[in-house]
Write a protein that binds this ligand. Structure first.
Ligand SMILES: [Zn+2]
Length: 172
């Protein structure tokens, strides 16, 4: 697998049905869709995970529950970028105790932190524009739109990254 500098990452968060979402990933060399159910607050975990890249640990782990699969995201700092790996496990009822190496890698690429955070923010802003906070909650059902986490991530990204891309400040 090419572990060099991947092209621009694009993320799209799609509320696909009651309590279900698809996180679509695409860069210059690969595409994937990651399923999440509302058993976890998946978008909030993704946004919070991106925010953790700005903290002391500079890394994050969280998982989506695809019932029955576990889709485990591992964000790890490299020299000047972030390694993003998604490990797939067949049964979330047992896999949280298993090491990453027992899963199947369904996504692996390295991005500048700025590019990853920007893509997460774009995805979060776009889903909010599509649905609004009330519409988001109606579809995702178990958890409200993570307004505060998105605000935190945007603040960290704009403060600490040199990002020339536009940022939608009209979103809460
Ligand atoms: Zn940006």
């Amino acid at each position: 697998m090419d572990q060099g500098s991947a092209g621009a990452l694009q993320l799209k968060w799609e509320l696909s049905g009651h309590g279900w979402a698809n996180c679509h990933l695409a860069d210059d060399s690969q595409t994937a869709s990651v399923i999440a159910s509302y058993c976890t607050d998946a978008l909030a975990d993704l946004v919070a995970g991106a925010g953790e890249l700005y903290g002391q640990q500079r890394s994050a782990r969280f998982f989506f529950d695809a019932e029955p699969q576990e889709l485990r995201w591992v964000l790890r700092p490299t020299d000047d970028a972030v390694d993003v790996t998604i490990h797939q496990f067949p049964d979330v009822s047992v896999s949280p105790d298993l090491p990453d190496s027992h899963g199947t890698v369904m996504w692996q690429a390295t991005y500048p932190r700025s590019a990853f955070a920007h893509a997460v923010l774009e995805a979060a802003h776009t889903v909010l524009k599509e649905h609004g906070e009330a519409g988001y909650l109606a579809k995702w059902a178990m958890h409200p739109y993570p307004v505060a986490l998105v605000q935190d991530l945007r603040r960290l990204h704009i403060r600490d990254d040199t990002c020339d891309l536009p940022h939608d400040l009209s979103c809460p």
